[in-house]
Design a protein around this ligand. Sequence first.
Ligand SMILES: [Zn+2]
Length: 569
Amino acid sequence: MEYKEYIADIGTKIGILDVIGHYVKLRKQGRNYVGLCPFHHEKTPSFTVSPDKNMFYCFGCKASGDMLTFVRKVHNVSLPEAIEIVSKEFHVDLPPWHMSTQASRERQELLHTLKLVATAFTAALRSAQAEECQEYVRSRGLSSETVEHFSLGYCPRNTDGLVKWCSEHGIDEDSLARAGIVQRHEGRSFSPFAHRLMFPIWDSIGNVVAFGGRAIDGSMPKYTNSPETPLFAKRRTLYALPLAEPSIRKTGTVVVVEGYMDAIALHAAGFTNAVASLGTAFTEEQAVLLKRSATRVLLNFDSDEAGQRAARLALSIADRTGLDVAVVRVAGAKDPDELLREPGGKDQYKVALDQAVSVGDFLLDAAVAGRDMNSVSGQRAFVLDMMESVDGMQDSLLRTQLLTQIARRVNIREEEVLAMYHKGRTRLEQPAVVDPWRLSRRSLGHSRIPTGGSLLSTRSVLEQDVLHGLIHNLDMVSELLPLLDGLSLQDEACQEILSVLRRETSGDTAQVSSLVAQLGPEAAALVGRWSLEEHKLSCQGVRDTADRLRSASSAIIREDGQTDHERGA
Ligand SMILES: [Zn+2]
């Protein structure tokens, strides 16, 4: 079964509205559905889904494609992973060719290995060899329910035993090495996780993709993680996400902490919407994972100093993703695990969550701290410090709010801060002296090519017009395509669209969604936009435009004696 047939096949079982509606609140508008785009920050919906055409298009950020493209983008995964997610979440069969590529075979093998090793670790924690680890688990106040809920395990001291057990279950030592579980050194096998408490780390749909190991006897490092593999990248993983997701969805809020133990302690205390960022700063990829179920993110940083850097990053993430990001401050800068083990700790933490401050306020407080705000130099330093955070922000509402607050803190008029802000910006911006024809076609994009006056630009407008018309008349495309025979298009996106159109229509009629699935982002955005237009360009218009395009290209050849192809090179 080919991709096209697979899409058609799952299309009969689940609609694009079911899949996208799972992530985006959609409402009907004419023949289409609209909602707030999950891929860019917006306040009025420009994200459009067409059930007739089986595709989506965003008029804001130009994202477009079919349901699998959507799942790929929303989870930030490859096509095989997107197919797996759709199969798992919507209960449809995997296509038979799914296992056929080398990359997906390796991925499957890695998943299988990690799943088996996780079983071995949980079994080992219950055995006699784990006595010291069991004692550690008790000392950390982890109940047997918690141990089971998080599938905690133990990696035995004796790596040979682990290797032997795995090989009896069909996993050889090479596979264990590829998964980062064992290493070989001078003829001996050892594991970087030996004699550690083990935390399986899941992807967003519950596959074990890595492990974290906590030392139980004071050895260093305290925590050790699996290496990055095709399955595991720290910056796009959040520990405990599949366990927390139902609660995040229900409350719209997620608590992000740094360590595994913090997340586990929070869940055990009833804060089941907690996830851990695995010790990295909160990343935009992690924010995208959360955006499908949360609107509000409460960040709980461990230390104040790292906190300021992290807050600055978080501000730009809030700005770019539109998530409402706030900072949780715990008295005495204790980590959540530490606090929750104290009497009354649970109530204190609840208060800390309720009193979370917006990331903007957090930065303002930090910028004020340690400065003499009565002196002019202190005020100036404060304003410049804050402007560094404000500069480059895209969300005008968030930026305006911050500017107002800055003005309030230094007690000067907002316009003065704004003037200072604009003055600072003009200094940074160099006057644009760019010759557009010296830039690569791709970097220019169609919309910025100056129109009129130049034959080249007229041509690329005509090229887009004619393809635009073809997309509106897909039922006639096999009759219309010959109009373009012998013409070489110069717009890269147009070339791409034309070649996919030619390929697709060699058999039966083309579907817009399958065209889009085969195009790069720039070309897909064009076809996506055209196909969702309410009006329809006429067939006669396509013929006329094709004629004009033909005369425009011969005019260029006549004019300077060389083809535009040479000229563009
Ligand atoms: Zn968008």
